[in-house]
Design a protein around this ligand. Structure first.
Ligand code: G6P
Length: 365
C-alpha cells in the first residue's frame, strides 16, 4: 500500500504523478455538490478577521509566500508570512482579530509547533494546513484543514506542496467571499479554473522528456539561478531548494527584479539561469531581466507558455508550458520545479528519495 512505488522508480516519481488526482479529489471535498461554492470546515471563515499570519518551514513556507499574494489580491486581506524558526524568536505583533495559519505536511515540525503554541490565546483563531490529520499541529490548532494528499514518503515534498497551495487558494477565496470582495459568480469562475488545473498538470507531466533534456544541462553546472516575479518568485525559491536538496548542486532562487542587485555578478557562460515566466501581468519585465542574463552569456532556460515564448524571441533553451490563469500558475509551475530537480539528481546519480543529511520530518530545533 502506502509504502509501495506502484511501478515508479522512486516515491518522488509516484508522488509527482499522483498530483492531478489528489488535487481533483481535494477540490471536490472542499466544494459543495454543485461545485460553485466552498465547503471548508467550520471555523475556516474570515468574519471579523483583520489579518492572516502564515507560518511554516521549508517548502511549506514557499506555499505561504504564494498565499500572501492570493490573500492580498483576492481578498484585500493583509497577510504576514514567516519562517517558524524566526517567528517565535522575534516579538511578533499579533492582532487579537487575526487568524494564524500553520502549514506543515507532517504536522510535527518542532519550530512550527512551537510557533503555534506561542500564538495560542493571542489571536482570534489558529488553523492547521496539514497532511497528517492525527498530527500534533492538526490536534492543537482550533481548525484543522487537511490537504488530503495521502502519505508522502519522498523526503522532498511534491504533492504536499501543490495540495497545500490549492487549500491555501481555497482559503483566500473564502476570505474574498467573507470580506465581500468576491461575487458568487466570480467565486464559481475561480473554482471552475481550479477544476481545469489537473488537466493542465497532466499536460505538464507529459513534457517529462523535455524537462529531462534541460536537466541534462543543469547536471553539468556548479551553480544555478532560478528567477521569477510575483508568485513565480516563491516558485523560483522552491525550484532552487528542490534542486540543491536532490542533486547537491548549488542553486538559488531570486526575485527577477533583484538580479541587478547582486546575482548578476555571478553570470557567465557556465551559469544556467532558469526563468519562470507565464504570460501574466509581469512577464515582459521578467523577459527584460532574462535579456540582461543573455547579454552576459548566461545560459537561459525559459519555462513559459507559448504567448511568452513568442514575445521572448530567440532563446537557447525553452520549455513550453500549457496556458494557465495567472492566479493558478504557481500550482502548475511546481511541476517543472520538481521535475528539473528529479532528473538532474538522476543524471548526478544521487539518492532521490533519501538525500543526504535531510529528514522528512524535523522534530528538533
Ligand atoms: C523538512 C522536509 C521538507 C519540508 C520541511 C517542513 O525539511 O525535508 O520537505 O518542507 O521539513 O516540513 P513540514 O512537515 O512541516 O511541512
Amino acid at each position: 500500500a502506502a509504502a509501495d512505488k506502484s511501478g515508479h522508480r522512486h516515491f518522488m516519481a509516484k508522488e509527482m504523478a499522483q498530483q492531478p488526482a489528489i488535487l481533483r479529489a481535494a477540490l471536490a471535498a472542499y466544494t459543495d455538490a454543485t461545485g460553485t461554492a466552498l465547503a471548508l470546515p467550520e471555523g475556516a471563515g474570515f468574519d471579523g478577521v483583520d489579518r492572516v499570519t502564515l507560518v511554516a518551514c521549508g517548502t511549506g513556507f514557499y506555499a505561504c509566500q504564494v498565499a500572501k499574494y492570493w490573500f492580498e489580491q483576492i481578498a484585500g486581506l493583509p497577510a504576514d508570512i514567516d519562517i517558524a524558526s524566526e517567528f517565535r524568536y522575534r516579538a511578533p505583533v499579533l492582532s487579537p482579530h487575526s487568524m494564524a495559519v500553520f502549514v506543515s505536511q507532517s504536522g510535527e515540525t518542532a519550530d512550527t509547533l512551537a510557533a503555534l503554541r506561542h500564538v495560542q490565546g493571542k489571536v482570534a483563531r489558529t488553523l492547521g494546513v496539514v497532511n497528517v490529520p492525527t498530527s500534533s499541529i492538526a490536534r492543537e490548532t482550533d481548525v484543522a484543514l487537511p490537504i488530503l494528499a495521502g502519505p508522502e514518503i519522498s523526503v522532498a515534498s511534491t504533492k504536499g506542496f501543490t495540495a497545500q497551495l490549492q487549500v491555501l487558494m481555497l482559503l483566500a477565496l473564502q476570505a474574498g467571499v467573507d470580506r465581500g470582495r468576491l461575487t458568487p459568480a466570480a467565486l464559481a469562475d475561480h473554482l471552475s479554473a481550479l477544476r481545469a488545473l489537473p488537466g493542465l498538470i497532466n499536460q505538464a507531466l507529459d513534457r517529462e522528456g523535455q524537462m529531462r533534456d534541460i536537466a541534462r544541462h543543469l547536471a553539468e553546472a556548479r551553480d544555478i539561478l532560478f528567477l521569477g516575479r510575483g508568485t513565480m518568485y516563491p516558485l523560483a525559491l522552491e525550484g532552487a531548494l528542490k534542486l540543491k536538496e536532490l542533486s547537491y548542486i548549488h542553486a538559488e532562487g531570486y526575485a527577477a527584479g533583484e538580479l541587478k542587485h547582486g546575482p548578476i555578478a555571478l553570470i557567465d557562460q557556465h551559469v544556467p539561469v532558469v526563468v519562470l515566466a507565464p504570460h501574466d501581468a509581469l512577464f515582459d519585465k521578467t523577459l527584460s531581466n532574462m535579456q540582461e542574463v543573455m547579454a552576459r552569456q548566461g545560459q537561459v532556460f525559459l519555462i513559459a507558455d507559448a504567448r511568452t515564448l513568442a514575445a521572448a524571441g530567440e532563446v537557447t533553451h525553452s520549455l513550453t508550458m500549457p496556458e494557465v490563469p495567472p492566479l493558478l500558475a504557481p500550482i502548475l509551475y511546481a511541476i517543472p520545479a520538481q521535475m528539473l530537480a528529479y532528473h538532474t539528481a538522476l543524471f548526478r546519480g544521487t539518492d532521490v528519495d533519501q538525500p543526504r543529511n535531510l529528514a522528512k520530518s524535523v522534530t528538533v530545533e
